[in-house]
Design a protein. Sequence first.
Length: 422
Amino acid sequence: MEKVLVKGAKVIFPGSSLHQQVLDLRIEDGILQEVGDRLQAKSEEKVFSGHALKLFPGFVDVGTECSEPGFEQRETITSLQAAGTAGGYTHLAVMPNTQPVADNKSVIRYLFNESGEKPRLWPLGALSQNCEGKDIASYFEMFEEGVRVFTDGDLSVQASDLILRAMEYSSAFGGIVMHHPEDKFLAGNGMAHESIHAVQLGLKTKPAIAEVLQVIRDLELASFASVPLILNKLSLPDSIKKVQDYRHNKNVQIAVSVSVNNLLFSELSLETFDANFKLRPVLRAEEDRQQLWDCVKNGWVEFLVSDHRPRELEEKVQEFDLAKSGALGLQTTVPALFDRFYSEITEERWVDLLSFNPRKWLQIPLPVLECGQPVDVTLLDSQQSWVYSTDNNQSASTNSPWMGHSFQTKILGTFYKSNPTK
């Protein structure tokens, strides 16, 4: 039985009577047993103490890439969960782009059965068969296994009739479509934001209109079908402003997610041709990055995602235009965001972005923090310096732009239900 005593943590848990209090908390086997001001440690208890401890509802990542089954050389379920735990996540909603693709109940059942609760994996079902964008997948049989959201991951669906059918069919029994909008005919083989900077670097580009145009299409279809929609990893303030227009003028229920990469990096990072900055969506202009954060501050974004994409060394250590896109994100997302932006929005807003809003859209019950009840929490210290390195990297891959970086925010542990992880 895991026994833990947290000393002097600020509780940031909207909806709980303990919210905004500095307390000691005793947790045994994932159950909150006692809270107080000066609790004394018992034998065999692991004690967490510090000057800047904060206790949050467990963080939730939407759209994590799970490489198992099929691409275990990049990541296994075990290494994915280890990385998620180290990053403060208690729930990971994983993309269907496995091999075989998660477009049927067998693969969904495998992911649920193999993952346990450390952290809990929530498979996202494929929107189209084999994620090929040609015909809808078997939504209802996946829904019966526990799937609530359907997506083709980073693969944008070009066929408008397919997206519309997916919205209408899945919504009939409570499912939701999540889509990453990009017009492939306009985007082509671009790997950088269309700008003078990219031209100077000699990189093929993607115009902003490739994203904005499909955002408008998806908004029109969601409005026509009167269904909710998640627009995943929008990278442009213009895209989010379009969403706001539809929210106000057509009363469309839309959730927007933004990748941490587009909030923390811009096209200026491409000057070194480091393939770990080759991402999807591409890194935008510095002005776009700043305005994207303004959209978050304005409350126009529902959740922030790690965009965790493990890649083999051979897929990254080559010329920039030949390297695969994607970077690790689970271990560094919360430390990077909190170090850079923590004081710029309220703590309650951080809870919405990283925990409550993802749960609502994934239809995961909101956690409670009460004595005698199972916990679902993340403990961190905002003033404990550490360096992210290959020694403490928990992923099976190493493709991170943060390697060697020093953070001030450190995840100390996550505790979830009857199986606390640390």
